[in-house]
Design a protein around this ligand. Structure first.
Ligand SMILES: Cc1cc2nc3c(=O)[nH]c(=O)nc-3n(C[C@H](O)[C@H](O)[C@H](O)COP(=O)(O)OP(=O)(O)OC[C@H]3O[C@@H](n4cnc5c(N)ncnc54)[C@H](O)[C@@H]3O)c2cc1C
Length: 815
């Protein structure tokens, strides 16, 4: 047994490529009191058998930045450490065997250009010039990324380990971590087979063991292992050593030159979860049985595209385990349950290409106390606590592996492990034709099928089958009244003598308001970035109801809880499950509600921005005059067991007024016309309220100030370099989703952060930041430009506005 120190500033658990990258980057930042513990040998988990593809283009700008950084790092690692890595920048060709796939690739190419990657769109013939063994019989087009590459995962890990050691980090093999020590909500070290090690920070980089390791500290790390297959052929004479990587998502295959042979790997639609009962103790350099029947149909697809496989023998059938997460994105950051415990795990078969960037930003996160930029897509705080449920993970894993190469349709919903969290109204909505989508396991009505129609998605990049239903729901809200089930909202109560003071520090807006007032506010970090976007309602002198989105429940509750100083008399409780929420929205909402209550709903008695408990049907509910759709309307907070009776009376009384059930797609269309921001898309922890056009919600001079005020003041004085604007395409047949490049007078100035068709405006709409090349961006500068939005490599003219396209003065909301 190796001897280990009794203390280290940071203990890293796991010596795969990710753990070694975290150690390397901590040491590179000068944090050298780092101890990495590996239970067996470096790379013995998943890393040793990876195919070694290193691609650059990811689904978002920041994740692409990380992948780009990875390639730059690997390119220089051998020079720096003297350890060869095998990294080669051979480029990659992605082919499309259908028009929709080609549209997807072209949309990706537009995005890549926007992120500063070199990208070329190829004809089928040009694709074959780059990849001579390719059969182009079914190929309609392709995309080439010049800077993609491949590496040797074992050598690259060793190079990272050597780089870490050279700077003073200690890496010890053959020592298993058996427990996580904690006290007072903080991690204090680890227990190992070789004794305890005290530490300020512990990083869980334990790959497919990370879930079980997290459980030792009651920390949720939702991932599950699955079998993952590739083959290596016999040598193929004349195979060029610099052959680009070939990706053929339609055949679910990728191809890589490997020492004169072809390595062919797959992402099959139905994966085989593995290790459900726990990863076997002896698992090291594990090879699983090859399961030829499972890969046979995949092999057939690969042979169609690369016919030489028909006449080439197979040298290796490889099957190895890798871990997958419920949404195919990895898990990074400080665990919300335990201070000082960080996680970097669940790499969904892209751990080699992600390790460089993930290790760097996690090291920054640990040393600076916050992520260096918006990492919400991979932030572990996006996970709901139930997601560590093993049966859920196993069932979802069957699907997620294949999704990597499936069509990434807009609005695509998972099909496995559904129906986990349901509103009290779920069955009523289902009976009314709801087609549900899922957020963090919560089933939410996205749209309602007409009688006789199936509530089922037919996906495409154009108008999908629900476009008409969504338009009708949208119109009902604008012209009459619509009913949304928004029960998935997260709801917290902050209560206690110091509640106003505590919330006052967190909120940029004034929350010390009369009882019954609702305040729209952001919570900011010290840099002025928006950590949360929510409403708070003063329920009593010493009590607030805080309402935020389902997707940010864990994150926002953690921010709130950690924002309560130790000596403060205030307690936060998550009451999400205690209330159903109905959004009754539209010009006839008051008339409808009046028929069900004796409360005075006149504007004078019950103005916009206020909230009160009213009788409704036989129940008492909290009615809040607030809206996310830009009409007169009420959010009704109903104790869960009353939800069905309240819903029934509303639906019955609403029929003569034209009440229509409406879903989240209509909500999105309505809110984007009003340019209401969506946290996670339009605003994040790297955007400030001034950039986002939300300075109206900042109480600059309130007593006691607020977190982030100084940074905002400085930015206000300097002038902002980027602004959020709204765009309307001049062509109604091209739709905006996200990340489409924004061109101003022929120059790339930004990208769309969220998009949706606006049915009242009658155009595809998008929000997006525009930047003026480092210069302050004025209203006049924004207005003066000629704008185009690039959709699938084609530029479409667009109108711009800094104000909402619909009802910019909010007259309809306040009436
Ligand atoms: C067939 C296949 C092909 C792949 N191809 C690619 C590819 O082309 N490109 C790409 O980017 N990715 C690819 N991947 C994915 C990639 O291999 C993984 O994402 C990556 O290796 C994960 O690294 P890791 O460090 O998180 O995990 P691991 O390499 O599994 O490291 C975790 C380590 O933690 C150690 N450990 C666990 N518990 C403890 C404990 N209690 N105490 C001490 N140590 C512990 C384990 O022994 C292990 O060494 C592929 C994966 C497979 C299976």
């Amino acid at each position: 047994m190796q001897s280990i120190p009794a203390r280290a500033q940071v203990v890293i658990i796991g010596g795969g490529i990710v753990g070694c990258s975290v150690a390397y980057h901590l040491a590179r930042r000068g944090c050298t009191d780092v101890l990495l513990l590996e239970r067996r040998q470096l790379t013995c988990g998943t890393t040793w058998h990876a195919a070694g593809l290193v691609g650059q283009l990811r689904a978002t700008h920041n994740l692409t930045r990380l992948a780009q950084y990875t390639t730059e790092l690997y390119a220089g690692l051998e020079r720096e450490t003297g350890q060869a890595t095998g990294f080669r920048q051979v480029g990659s060709v992605a082919v499309a065997a259908s028009e929709p796939r080609f549209e997807e690739l072209k949309r990706g190419a537009s995005m890549a250009r926007c992120f500063g990657l070199e990208v070329e769109i190829l004809t089928a013939g040009e694709a074959r010039e780059r990849w001579p063994l390719l059969s182009i019989d079914e190929v309609v087009g392709a995309v080439y990324l010049a800077k993609d590459g491949r590496t040797n995962p074992v050598d690259t890990t060793q190079a990272l380990a050597r780089g870490a050691r050279m700077r003073g980090a200690r890496i010890v093999e053959g020592v298993k971590v058996t427990g996580v020590l904690r006290a007072g909500g903080r991690v204090t070290g680890v227990a190992t087979e070789a004794g305890e090690v005290r530490a300020d920070v512990v990083v869980n980089c334990a790959g497919m063991w990370a879930r079980e390791l997290g459980a030792l500290a009651d920390v949720s790390v939702p991932l599950h292992a699955a079998e993952h297959f590739y083959i290596v052929t016999q040598p193929i004479p004349g195979l060029p050593a610099d052959l680009p990587i070939l990706r053929d998502a339609d055949a679910r295959s990728y191809f890589k030159e490997d020492a004169g042979k072809l390595l062919v790997g797959w992402f099959e639609p139905e994966a085989k979860p593995w290790g459900h009962e726990g990863i076997p103790e002896g698992c090291a350099f594990e090879q699983l049985p090859p399961d030829l029947a499972h890969i046979e149909p995949l092999f057939a697809g690969a042979m169609r595209r690369v016919p030489i496989l028909e006449t080439t023998g197979v040298q290796v059938f490889f099957n190895g385990p890798e871990s997958f997460t419920p949404d195919d994105r990895y898990l990074l950051g400080e665990a919300p349950e335990l201070r000082g415990l960080y996680v970097a795990a669940g790499f969904n078969s892209i751990g080699i290409q992600s390790a460089g960037g993930a290790g760097k930003v996690l090291a920054d996160w640990i040393l600076d106390g916050h992520p260096p930029f918006d990492l919400w897509d991979v932030d572990i705080r996006r996970c709901a606590p139930f997601q560590r449920n093993r049966r859920y993970l196993r069932d979802r894993t069957v699907e997620v592996l294949g999704l990597l190469y499936a069509m990434h349709w807009p609005y695509r919903q998972p099909e496995s492990a559904r129906g986990v969290r349901k509103s009290a109204l779920h069955d009523r909505l289902a009976a009314a034709g709801a087609c549900f989508g899922e957020v963090a396991g919560f089933e939410r009505a996205n749209w309602f099928a007409a009688p006789g129609e199936q509530p089922r998605y037919e996906y495409s990049y154009g108008r999908q089958n629900w476009f008409g239903a969504c338009a009708a729901e949208h119109r009902a809200v604008r012209e009459a009244v619509g009913l949304f089930d928004q029960s998935s909202f997260a709801k917290f109560v902050l209560k206690g003598r110091d509640a106003a003071r505590v919330l006052g520090r967190l909120a940029a807006n004034e929350v010390d308001v009369p009882v019954g007032r609702i305040v729209y506010t952001q919570w900011l970090n010290e840099r002025g970035g928006i950590e949360a976007d929510l409403t708070v309602t003063r329920e009593a002198e010493d009590s607030y109801l805080i309402v935020t989105s389902c997707a940010t429940q864990t994150r926002d509750f953690q921010w709130l809880s950690r924002g309560i100083p130790e000596e403060a008399r205030a307690t936060a409780v998550d009451v999400s499950s205690a209330y159903a929420v109905l959004g009754l929205m539209g010009p006839k909402s008051r008339e409808l509600l009046e028929s069900l209550t004796d409360a005075d709903l006149s504007t004078a008695a019950f103005p916009f921005g206020t909230s009160r408990i009213i009788d409704l049907g036989y129940a008492r509910v909290r009615a809040s005059r607030i809206t996310y759709v830009g009409e007169l309307g009420y959010e009704l907070y109903i104790p869960t067991e009353f939800a069905q009776s309240v819903y029934d009376v509303i639906v019955e009384a609403g029929a003569p007024l034209g009440l229509r059930l409406a879903g989240y797609h209509a909500l999105n269309s309505l809110r984007i016309e009003k340019a209401y921001r969506h946290w996670g898309h339009d605003i994040s922890d790297e955007d400030t309220p001034i950039e986002a056009g939300l300075a109206f919600a900042v109480a600059w001079e309130k007593p006691g100030g607020f977190i982030g005020r100084e940074a905002l003041l400085e930015q206000r004085a300097r002038g902002v370099r980027r602004r959020l604007a709204v765009f309307a395409l001049e062509r109604a047949d091209r739709l905006l989703y996200h990340n489409e490049p924004i061109w101003r007078n022929g120059e790339l100035v930004g990208k769309i952060s969220s998009g949706m068709f606006g049915h009242t405006v009658g155009a595809p709409l998008g929000l997006g930041y525009v930047a003026g090349g480092g210069e302050p961006v004025s209203d006049a500068w924004v207005a003066a430009g000629h704008y185009e939005i690039e959709v699938a490599a084609e530029r479409v003219p667009a109108r711009v506005s800094l104000r909402p396209f619909y009802d910019p003065a909010s007259e309809r909301v306040k009436c």
